[in-house]
Write a protein that binds this ligand. Structure first.
Ligand SMILES: [Fe+2]
Length: 186
């Protein structure tokens, strides 16, 4: 079994940007990748190194990440501002989905993305991702833009007003839980 090749995967995603429906083309690429979890496991071994930020590639047009979340992790409610394609290859990601309606958040039907499944989120999607209680989850996340520079929002709860998304705070929270659960070795 050959290890997943992040460079050729990234190039395929970049090539897909000129397709009529780039998100759908990337969905197919991710679907193919997550159907071979063993090769992803070889390329992204756990525990992770503390310096690994998960970013495989970043440009204005696209951001490719291998996203490994600790067990019992909650991202908090946030948006991306660009389309996102998420394919899980280990564990699962419970997507609590919301939409903005009349200045408030309305709860939508949640969607569990199991290993081997792919979810496409529109640019206006709002979600809060929860991971399994007993194991970490691993996924490929491809964003059709650079989410580190896009203006994004976060919500403390569905009843709260939006505030500016704080990427550094999110990273600190991830590191804290990752270290506490043994996902990261310092
Ligand atoms: Fe997200």
């Amino acid at each position: 079994m050959r290890a997943f090749d992040p460079d050729s995967f990234t190039q395929s995603c970049i090539d897909a940007l000129v397709e009529h429906d780039p998100a759908d083309a990337i969905r197919e690429l991710i679907q193919r990748a997550v159907s071979e979890p063993r090769s992803l496991e070889l390329a992204c071994p756990v525990p992770l190194d503390a310096s690994d930020d998960g970013i495989i590639h970043r440009s204005d047009a696209i951001m490719v990440c291998h996203a490994i979340f600790p067990r019992r992790f909650q991202t908090g409610i946030h948006n991306h501002g660009v389309e996102a394609v998420i394919g899980v290859w280990s564990g699962f990601e419970d997507n609590h989905l919301f939409e903005e309606a009349g200045g408030r958040l309305r709860t939508l039907v949640p969607r569990r993305v199991e290993a081997g499944e792919v979810l496409v989120l529109g640019a206006d999607a709002i979600h809060d991702v929860h991971t399994p209680p007993t194991m970490w989850s691993a996924a490929l996340h491809v964003y059709l833009g650079d989410i580190s520079t896009v203006s994004r929002s976060a919500w403390a709860s569905a009843d709260d007003a939006a505030s500016a998304f704080d990427g550094e705070q999110q990273q600190r929270h991830w590191t804290e839980v990752a270290v506490a659960t043994g996902l990261v070795v310092e």
